[in-house]
Design a protein around this ligand. Structure first.
Ligand code: SAM
Length: 276
């Protein structure tokens, strides 16, 4: 039988490759090329425009690390917004925080939400929770229409191509600043330092132009190019490095822990140099 392998090309000479078992969906939505496939190694996988968004087996790393560092830094994260994140993984993690009263998810593509509920139910499990409001809209528009509204905003977007290009601009970070309450903070996924060094450098510079406290941290996500993934946090008041780790409760996680909270902000030297 013919073997089918998928490769996410990162450069002309390097990519992430995995063997496929089955394709459930391949559809051109109004915004992107969406595929839901079954892999031998990583379980069910969501692809957008040929890029790995999430897989059943390693999704916990990314989703926990988007959600928990900020939520355990802000003392009272009652109202939380996720921009993107239509697979629901970040929402599932947010709902583990007892102080969260309302979590709003704004993804531009309703098809991502629909197919994630069908094929990635353990990731999308929180989307029907009564504390969650799901909105299909452009995140850029949403933040501009909601000033002084959220305690924490999480940007779980695709890489800066197609509809996500504007989510990596200084104007967007200013919009986020305005959509946050007085003591608010935000976090965004900011790709990998091996091949997207310029992006990490420019995001860090742009977020520093808007927020007084800016921190970069990382996690190991094996199905993302290079495996070394960064996140950039901008905060109006609270610094994740000031958190007393002994005050962080143990919650049901597989990657994040109170011990990891500050450790994740210790960067390899070449990454530290990017965000100086
Ligand atoms: N974890 C992934 C990664 O880094 O590879 C990204 C997750 S995926 C669910 C990102 C989502 O961002 C997609 O569902 C996409 O539709 C959404 N998105 C892209 N641009 C957007 C925009 N302008 N407003 C809201 N959602 C957007």
């Amino acid at each position: 039988m013919t073997e089918i392998w998928f490769t996410e090309k990162q450069t002309d000479h390097y990519g992430i490759t995995m063997k496929l078992k089955e394709t459930y969906v391949r559809e051109q939505t109004d915004f992107q090329d969406l595929a839901m496939v079954e892999t031998e190694e990583w379980g069910t996988m969501l692809l957008l425009d040929g890029m790995v968004m999430t897989t059943d087996r390693d999704e916990f790393v990314y989703h926990e690390m988007v959600a928990h560092p900020a939520l355990f830094t802000h003392p009272n994260p009652e109202h939380v917004l996720v921009v993107g994140g239509g697979d629901g993984g970040v929402i599932r993690e947010i709902l583990k925080h007892p102080k969260v009263k309302r979590a709003v998810l704004v993804d531009i593509d309703g098809k991502v939400i629909e197919y994630s509920k069908r094929y990635l139910p353990q990731i999308a499990s929180g989307l029907d929770d009564p504390r969650v409001q799901v909105i299909v809209n452009d995140g850029f528009m949403h933040i501009h229409d909601h000033k002084n509204t959220y305690d924490v905003i999480m940007v779980d977007s695709t890489e800066p191509v197609g509809p996500a290009v504007q989510l990596f601009t200084r104007g967007f970070y200013q919009g986020i600043y305005d959509a946050l309450k007085e003591e608010g903070m935000f976090v965004a996924q900011t790709d990998n330092p091996w091949f997207k060094a310029d992006l990490i450098r420019s995001v860090s510079r742009d977020v520093k132009a808007v927020f007084p406290i800016v921190r970069t941290y990382w996690a190991n996500v094996p199905t993302y190019p290079s495996g070394l993934w960064t996140f950039t946090l901008g905060s109006k008041k609270y610094d994740p490095l000031d958190v007393d780790e002994s005050s962080i409760p143990e919650i049901d996680t597989k990657y994040y822990s109170p011990r990891l909270h500050k450790a994740a902000f210790v960067l390899p030297k070449f990454v530290e140099d990017l965000v100086k």
